[in-house]
Design a protein around this ligand. Sequence first.
Ligand code: ARG
Length: 569
Amino acid sequence: MPTLRELLAARLRDALAASGHDAARADVSQAGDVRFGDYQANAAMVLAKEKKANPRELAGEILSHIDVSGLAAKPELAGAGFINFRLENSFLSEALSHLAADSRLGVDVVARPRKILVDFSSPNVAKPMHVGHIRSTILGDCLVRVARFLGHEVIADNHIGDWGTQFGKVIYGWKHFLDRDALGKNAITELVRLYREVTRLEETDDVIKRTAREELVKLQAGDPENLAIWKETVELSWGEFQKLYDLLDIRFDERLGESAYNDALAPLCATLERQGIATTSEGALCIFFPGIPTLEDKPAIIRKSDGGFLYATTDLATIDYRIAHWHPEAIWYVVGSPQALHFQQIFAAAKMMGVECDLKHIAFGSILGEDRKIMKTRSGENVGLSEVLHEAIERARRVIAARADALSPDEAESTAHLIGLGAVKYAELSQNRLTDYVFSWDKLLSFEGNTAPYLQNAYVRIRSIFRRAEEPANASAPILLNEPAERALGLKLLQYAETIPVMLEELRPNILANYLYELANTYHSFYEACPVIKADPASRASRLLLSDMTARTLSHGLGLLGIGCPDRM
Ligand code: ARG
C-alpha cells in the first residue's frame, strides 16, 4: 500500500506536469508543525529559484492544477511559497482500516531487492573487545533486521580477527603461564590476561620479546603445536562470543575470520603486482592512488618488506572471496570512524581491481563514560561487552523488584533480560551513529524519556488495557477520528510505513527510534484525552483498535531494533 507521502507526491507530480514544470520536483515531507497541516511541499520554491520566478506565484499556479480529491482538503499556500496539505479524516479512517488488516503494518517490500553482505561485530580473538565492537554488533544487527524486513537478501558475516601479531604473545603466554581453570571459566579473560602479561614482560625482557615473535613466525609457517594452540584459542573465544550473541539474540550466516583468507594473500599480491595495480616502494608492495586527492600521499601497503601481509591485504582478499562466493550487490562494513582511511583505501583499490559492488563504510563514533572520555572500566581498561550486558540485566532486576507489578520469579528474570538488554541496545540505536554518546546507566534504564523501558512500558500499558477490557481488538471496527488526539494517533500509525524505508536509505536507526518515541508520546496524549474502556460502544471499538495497532507497531519497531517487549513489567 502506498504511503501517505507517496500518495500526495503523486498528486503533486500530476499538477507539476499539468502546469509544465519538472515533475521530478514533486517531493513532499511531513510538516514539522501541525498548524501547517500534515505534509508540505517546497517544490514551488525550488523551481522558482531555478527559473528566477516568484515562488508564491508559481505555487499559486501549481495549486490551480492540483487535484487532491478523496485524499486531502484543498491545499494551502503558506509563507514564502510552501504548499500545505491536510489529509481528510474520511481518507485517514479508511487507510487505517486497511492498515489494521495488514500484517506488515503498511510497510511494503522494496521494488528492487538487493543482495547485501553486512560485515559487523568482528571482534578480535585474545584481545579485549572494545566498545567499538559493542556499537558494531548492535548497529549491524539492526541494519540486518531492517534490510531483511524490506525484502533484501542479507548475509550477516562476522569477520572475526582470528589472525594477527597478537598470537605470538598469546602462544608464548599459553606455553608459560596458562591457568587452565581460569581458561575454563572465561576463555577470553584468560587469553587477554596472557596477552597483557606478555606485553608487560616484553617491555623489559628482550628474550621474551624475541621468543614471542618466533612463536608467531612458527605459527605462520604452520608449526603443528602452535597451530593447535591457535585453533583452540579461536574456538574457545568463539564460544564466549557466541554466548553474548545468544544473549543478544544475534545470528550470523557466515563466520569467516581473517585467517580464512590467509592462503589467498600471496597470490593476490602477485596478481596485483602483475596487473600493475601494486608497485614496490622501499621494499614494500603498495597500491598508490594517483588522482584521488585525499589518498594522494597515502598508499595502502599490502606486503611489508619482510614479506608480512597486512589488514588491507586481508580485506582485499575478503572482497574477492565474497564477490566470487556470494555475488552481493553491496557490502556494508559496520566499523568505527577511526578506520575511515583504511576503508577509503581498500574501496579505491577494489575499484582499480574492477570490483563493481557498492562498498560502504557505515561508520560510528565512540561511547563516552560519564566523564565524557572514552568509556573505560575503573582500572582504566576497555569496557567489555559482557560486563556491560550483565550489569544492565542486574540493574534491571533491581528496577523490576522496586515496581508494583508482582511477577513470578521466571517472568521477573525474563523481563529483566528484556529491559536490561533492550536499554543497552536502545541507548546505542537512538543516537546519531556518527556522534559520540555518553553512556549513563541511570538515563538508559529510566522509565521516562527516550529510552527502551519507556517504550516497553507504553506497550505494557496497552496490553493491560486489553486485560481490563476483557475483549480483543476488532480489526474490522470502523475507525473514528473525531477527537484531535485520535486523528494525531491515526496519522502517526500510518507514518510507520514511510519511516522504515527512510531509516534504511539513510542507514540511521535513530530515525526509527525517534519515530517510536513520538508514537509512544502521541499515544500517551490520546490516552489522556480519550477514555477507551468507558467510551460509547463505537468509540470504544475504534479506540481499542487504535490501541492495538499502537502496541503492534511499538513491538514490531522495537523488534527491528532487536529489542523485545515484555507483557508485564
Ligand atoms: N577486527 C577488526 C577490529 O576489531 C574489525 C574488522 C572489520 N571488518 C573488516 N572487514 N575490516 O578493528
